[in-house]
Design a protein around this ligand. Structure first.
Ligand SMILES: Cc1c2[nH]c(c1CCC(=O)O)Cc1[nH]c(c(CCC(=O)O)c1C)Cc1[nH]c(c(CCC(=O)O)c1C)Cc1[nH]c(c(C)c1CCC(=O)O)C2
Length: 349
């Protein structure tokens, strides 16, 4: 299939493709037994993210079960800070919780110790993963597009500064209010690093790029303007200067609520991801493709709950440029059969 004929890319270009293309955030992950087996084979999660063959394998796993219209590069958001030299490990539950744990960057000295110049070399395995995935899609799934991604500066800064999620990132929020100069310096480093990292993914074969701003909703309005909207707009402008004005970009300002219209109008993205709290029957931004916003809990519930929630979204979005997705990632307790039922219903329109 010609790249421009892929339904997902047509929807990002502003076409009202119907039935809408579908993919799901975290479509590769712990709800699939084959993912858990491959992670074991890799020797751990970080090891998996740095193994191009096995990262590509887990990216393909959901595509063998479900006819998704897009695949997303399998890696993790803190891999960019890791590539700049920040210490990273993964909690195994218990007191550590689950998820990434980083050596916090909270002062000038820690910021100066980062080595953005090393990031391209350290992230080289991730670019190998991108090329492997793209070659496999071209061979076995020619209608499926490849999404590359990075965290948006604010969300990456949250993990870099607090060192872990789960507590609402009090240190990053305090820094935004009380030491904006330090945060601004970190943002300058991060914006430059994210640009290089995303351009490298596009050069390796990614056909669209997504910026995850999972914690955009933590900031008051002035903070949202300064730490979410302004840096995202700067980053997308740089990406467009490098990749061309039409390169498909998706922004996901999760839980941004009242900030979403401004984001849609000014962030420089083709598509905006909507979390599950957004009411699709209310006023919505025009002039951008929308993506979302099924509640991940409805996917766990399945049955009539899932059918009704899916029908509600399809009814609200019919006739608009839209990509069906969840409002946040699939959770590990999701039965794969529910994902199959969802994809079938969406494909019926
Ligand atoms: C904030 C964030 C992270 N990572 C990511 C975000 C932004 C989106 C979001 O808000 O969910 C993005 C991400 N993380 C992962 C992907 C891969 C591709 C996909 O979506 O299928 C993507 C796009 C794999 C992953 N990233 C992680 C796993 C689970 C690791 C394991 O197997 O133990 C996977 C498959 C770990 C991770 N990584 C992160 C957290 C908070 C956690 C723990 C919570 C959880 O597990 O869901 C940081």
């Amino acid at each position: 299939m010609n790249a421009v004929d892929k339904p997902f890319l047509r929807a990002l270009a502003g076409e009202s493709v119907w039935p809408p293309p579908i993919w799901l955030m975290r479509q590769a992950g712990r709800y699939l037994p084959e993912y858990r087996a491959t992670k074991e084979e890799a020797g751990g999660f970080l090891e998996l993210c740095l193994n191009p063959e096995l990262s590509a394998e887990v990216t393909f796993q959901p595509l063998r079960r479900f006819p998704m219209d897009a695949a997303i590069l399998f890696t993790d958001l803190p891999m960019l800070p890791w590539a700049m030299g920040q210490g990273l490990r993964y909690g195994q539950g218990g007191a550590d919780g689950v998820g990434p744990i980083l050596d916090p960057v909270r002062d000038e000295a820690a910021l100066a110790a980062l080595r953005p110049g090393d990031a391209a070399r350290r992230a080289a395995p991730i670019m190998k993963t991108v090329s492997r995935i793209r070659a496999g899609l071209d061979r076995d799934h020619p209608g499926t597009a490849l999404i590359g991604f990075a965290g948006a500066p604010w969300t990456v800064a949250c993990y870099m500064i607090d060192g872990r999620g789960g507590h609402g990132f009090p240190v990053a929020r305090h820094m935004a209010e009380n030491n904006p100069h330090l945060l601004q310096s970190l943002f300058a480093t991060l914006t430059e690093a994210a640009e290089a990292y995303l351009v490298a993914q596009a050069e390796a074969g990614a056909e669209a790029l997504m910026l995850f701003d999972s914690w955009a909703g933590l900031l008051p309005p002035e903070g949202f303007e300064r730490w979410v909207l302004a840096p995202t707009t700067a980053l997308t402008a740089r990406l467009r200067a490098r990749l061309g004005p039409d390169f498909p970009l998706i922004g996901f300002p999760r839980l941004a609520g009242d900030g979403i219209p401004a984001y849609a109008a000014r962030a420089g993205v083709n598509a905006v991801g909507l979390d599950e709290t957004v009411d699709l029957t209310g006023p919505l931004p025009e002039g951008v493709t929308l993506q979302g916003n099924l509640d991940a809990r409805a996917l766990v519930a399945g049955g009539e709950t899932l059918r009704a929630a899916t029908a509600h979204i399809l009814d609200a979005m019919r006739g608009r440029p839209f990509v069906f997705n969840l409002g946040h990632g699939i959770t590990p307790d999701t039965p794969p059969a529910h994902v199959a039922a969802l994809v079938e219903q969406v494909k019926r329109g």
